[in-house]
Write a protein that binds this ligand. Structure first.
Ligand code: GRF
Length: 200
């Protein structure tokens, strides 16, 4: 399967996926292209260092649908089968979502449906939760809402602050994304309403 990875910044989740592939843990997977809406995203430079196709597609004041159409065209050009949003800080237009039905994944640093949106780890910490975590889910037209592929939990410790909690969640994110991709490309799972379950 050919992956298209989208991010806006650091790209540590992208790198974790790239590392899994390099370690032979995601057999049959390759990264076809990485795309960032920020030309100066550190993740883009890291992608180029690894010899991957890395493209900046900035919005440049264009309407969301127009910007997204350029991204969709780029993904098609690279014959992408599965799209992974990895810290991509823009909402996808309905046109983008509909162009790749059930073929777009996102990772979110909370146990959805709790704490959607920005700064999820801070939201969770400030709320006083005792268990936090991350979610890999299919993308639909609502923010942080689609069917869950998998979740991982972490404890909140007494001496945590939002930073130490975020770091603990991030470690799990790096494991969760590759596991979720493996699940999706295995062909062993199917949708059962809002559940994504192992086929009988
Ligand atoms: C991660 O916390 C991810 O869950 C969220 O954005 C952050 C991206 O981090 N969607 P990185 O760029 O992968 O390091």
């Amino acid at each position: 399967k050919r992956l298209g990875i989208l991010f806006s910044g650091r790209g540590s989740n992208f790198l974790a996926i790239a590392d899994s592939i390099a370690a032979g843990k995601l057999l049959g997977c390759e990264i076809a292209v990485v795309i960032s809406n920020k030309a100066d995203a550190p993740g883009l430079a890291a992608a180029r260092d690894r010899g991957l196709a890395a493209v900046a597609i900035e919005a440049q004041g264009r309407k969301r649908a127009e910007h997204d159409a350029t991204i969709v065209a780029c993904l098609r050009e690279h014959h992408v089968d599965l799209i992974c949003l990895a810290g991509y800080m823009r909402l996808l237009s309905p046109e983008f979502v509909q162009a790749f039905p059930q073929r777009i994944l996102n990772i979110h640093p909370s146990l959805l449906p709790a704490f959607p949106g920005l700064d999820a780890q801070h939201q969770a910490f400030d709320y006083g939760v005792q268990v936090a975590g991350c979610t890999v889910h299919f993308v639909d037209e609502q923010l942080d809402h689609g069917v869950i592929v998998l979740q991982k939990t972490v404890p909140v410790l007494e001496d945590d602050d939002a930073q130490t909690l975020s770091a603990r969640i991030l470690e799990q994110e790096h494991l969760a994304y590759s596991e979720a991709i493996a699940r999706v490309i295995s062909g062993d799972y199917e949708f059962a309403g809002r559940r994504y379950v192992r086929k009988p």
